[in-house]
Design a protein around this ligand. Structure first.
Ligand code: ADP
Length: 579
């Protein structure tokens, strides 16, 4: 059993080195199986052996049936076997097995020693029998079944031989002798069977424990692999042992590729000053630095970035903790959290604060300024009207800002409800145009193919008013803005066309993102929040539509709102119905 187990164990260890980290645990359990089985077998043998030898020696000594030489032979044999056992286990642990033939030879020699002692001290007695029984049983417990029979037979032959040589085999003593010889002969195979049963039972229990550990390992693997944070575990040299799925997706490096590599080569990190030096890597610091040992390293959102295999930079926080064994860092575990969303939120918050403070201050300053002007002096009717209209304009800007903020908040929360009803497209466009002043209204021309839409009229008016307002704002006052529509494949496309400043490439890529405003000086001078298009896009999408744009810097823009014509069929059926 042991030979096979040991030889099977060695390739397992070799294989373990190539296994990915999470599987290595299981191979450790396999090794445990072999070692524990050996320990069990050793104890079964050593404990009863020493007890039996001591008892046999004491009995024989008490009855003065053994000489000093005999006592020394038995006790010396005991020490010899114990030493042999210790050597065997010691060698086994180093992957070498003691030949069972050697063990058999030692036992046969001991049988002979005991026999010679009995011969010298005058024939068979209880001490001889007990010694041979003990040697037979102990040898059987150490030997495989096929050799234990030889061991038992050799003890029996010594017993019968010694008795015969002293002429002690007679009619009277024959039954006792045969019984005694049978016990000696059977002691060895019985002990072998007994040992096998106990080892098998121990193996069964062990397999149960292994099954439990396996389940635990599976659970642990499932938890590690389904974590939303990246997890890496390294050995004492900083080589990756475990690399979870989240880290695979963050870095673009698969587990099999990462395992065994130095952590700083696969978990590449950069800070504000550039790529981190290997010695500054959190895992290395947690492993090596006396300052960081036992502590946790982290960073506020966005301080550290992970550089993926494709060169993408992802803001992360890294928390690394050493795995301490006997006061030494035997490895390190690091958790990597993607903080892109937090960074985005922080940037949005900053942009919101700066936009709100700017957009609030300008109209408020206007309201305060014109109000003070009105209070301060005597004005004719025309001047008062001028001041009042400026105040109204500023108040409208404020009210627009508040509306935009409320719409954005409702969209972000997902709490914005649509009150859909069937409306004519022309009425939606008319309402949108009506929200502008007389001068602006004059610039808008409409050319619509009449359609009926099942939409929330307030929201679609808001979308169109934003697009028409932008077309009017971001173009010269002398130019026209055209609103036209066409029907196509169950959808209506509403184009808002201007001959204005157009949009540059950089702005275009983020046009529908919150707070995006063109860097064009002419645009910057015009009040705006960068929220309108974001809201318009989200509202259109909520209606099952979309907004597209074609533009060229300096060459005007066309914003196209596409909406499904889903309500018209119902309207037609209603009209065709008799009566
Ligand atoms: P706001 O107009 O309040 O700044 P929007 O979200 O409506 O916010 O528009 C975002 C940005 O897109 C504007 O600041 C402007 O730079 C650009 N933009 C939108 N519509 C047009 C247009 N018709 N012509 C040129 N630029 C436009």
């Amino acid at each position: 059993m042991t030979d096979r187990a040991i030889s099977a164990d060695i390739p397992t260890q070799k294989r373990a080195r190539r296994l990915p980290g999470s599987l290595r645990f299981f191979s450790t359990v396999e090794r445990l199986d072999t070692t524990v089985a050996l320990q069990v077998a050793t104890r079964i043998v050593a404990v009863p052996y020493m007890a039996a030898v001591t008892l046999a020696t004491a009995l024989a000594w008490k009855q003065s049936q053994v000489s000093w030489v005999g006592v020394l032979a038995v006790a010396g044999g005991g020490v010899l076997i114990a030493a042999a056992e210790v050597c065997r286990v010691f060698l086994l642990r180093r992957g070498r097995a003691v030949s069972p033939w050697l063990i058999l030879a030692v036992f046969v020699a001991l049988h002979l020693l005991v026999g010679i002692n009995a011969w010298n001290s005058g024939g068979i007695d209880g001490g001889l029998w007990l010694s041979l029984t003990v040697l037979s049983s102990v040898g059987g417990a150490l030997l495989p079944m096929r050799l234990s029979v030889t061991n038992g037979a050799s003890g029996m032959m010594v017993f019968l031989g010694t008795s015969a040589a002293h002429g002690q085999i007679d009619r009277m003593r024959a039954p006792t002798l045969v019984l005694g010889a049978a016990i000696i002969a059977l002691g060895s195979p019985t002990a072998s069977v007994f040992r096998d049963v106990i080892v098998r039972e121990a193996g069964r229990r062990l397999r149960q424990q292994v099954a439990q550990l396996e389940l635990f390992n599976l659970m642990l693997t499932a938890v590690i692999q389904s974590m939303t944070e990246g997890l890496v575990a390294c050995d004492g040299a900083g080589r990756v042992e475990l690399w979870n799925r989240r880290l695979e997706s963050l870095t673009g490096i698969p587990e099999l590729e990462a395992v065994g590599k130095p952590v700083w080569e696969v978990l590449k990190l950069a800070d504000r000053h550039g790529m981190q030096d290997e010695r500054e890597h959190p895992c290395v610091l947690a492993l090596d630095g006396p300052v960081f040992r036992g502590s946790v390293l982290g960073g506020s959102p966005g301080e550290i970035s992970l550089i993926s295999a494709t060169g993408e930079s992802i803001p992360v926080t890294v928390t690394a903790a050493p795995l301490m064994r006997d006061g030494q860092a035997a490895g390190v575990v690091a958790v990597v959290v993607d903080v892109s969303r937090e960074r985005e939120l922080a940037q949005t918050r900053d942009a919101l604060v700066s936009m709100v403070s700017h957009e609030l201050r300008t109209p408020l300053t206007m309201i305060v300024g014109f109000s003070e002007l009105l209070l301060a002096g005597e004005f004719d009717k025309e001047q008062v009207e001028e001041c009042a209209s400026e105040i109204l304009y500023a108040a409208n800007r404020l009210s627009g800002l508040v509306d935009d903020l409320l719409s954005t908040a409702a969209l972000e929360r997902g709490s914005l409800q649509l009150n859909k009803r069937l409306v004519a497209l022309s009425s939606l466009v008319d309402q949108s145009v009506a929200s502008f002043g007389p001068e602006e209204r004059k610039r808008v021309e409409t050319r619509l193919e009449e359609s009926y839409l099942l939409v929330d009229p307030d929201r679609i008016t808001q979308v169109l008013a934003n697009l028409i307002g932008n077309a009017l704002k971001y173009s010269d006052k002398s130019t026209k803005v055209e609103v036209r529509s066409r029907r196509q494949n169950g959808y209506v496309s509403i184009d808002v066309v201007d001959q204005g400043y157009g949009i540059d490439e950089a702005t275009l890529s983020n046009l529908f993102t919150m707070f995006t405003r063109s860097s064009d000086e002419r645009v910057r001078k015009i009040p705006g929040t960068g929220l309108g298009l974001h809201i318009a896009k989200r509202l259109t999408e909520m209606h099952g539509g979309d907004i597209e744009v074609t533009t060229r810097k300096g060459g005007g823009s066309t914003f196209t709102v596409v909406l499904p014509l889903e309500g018209e069929a119902a309207l037609q059926t209603e009209n065709e119905a008799p009566g």
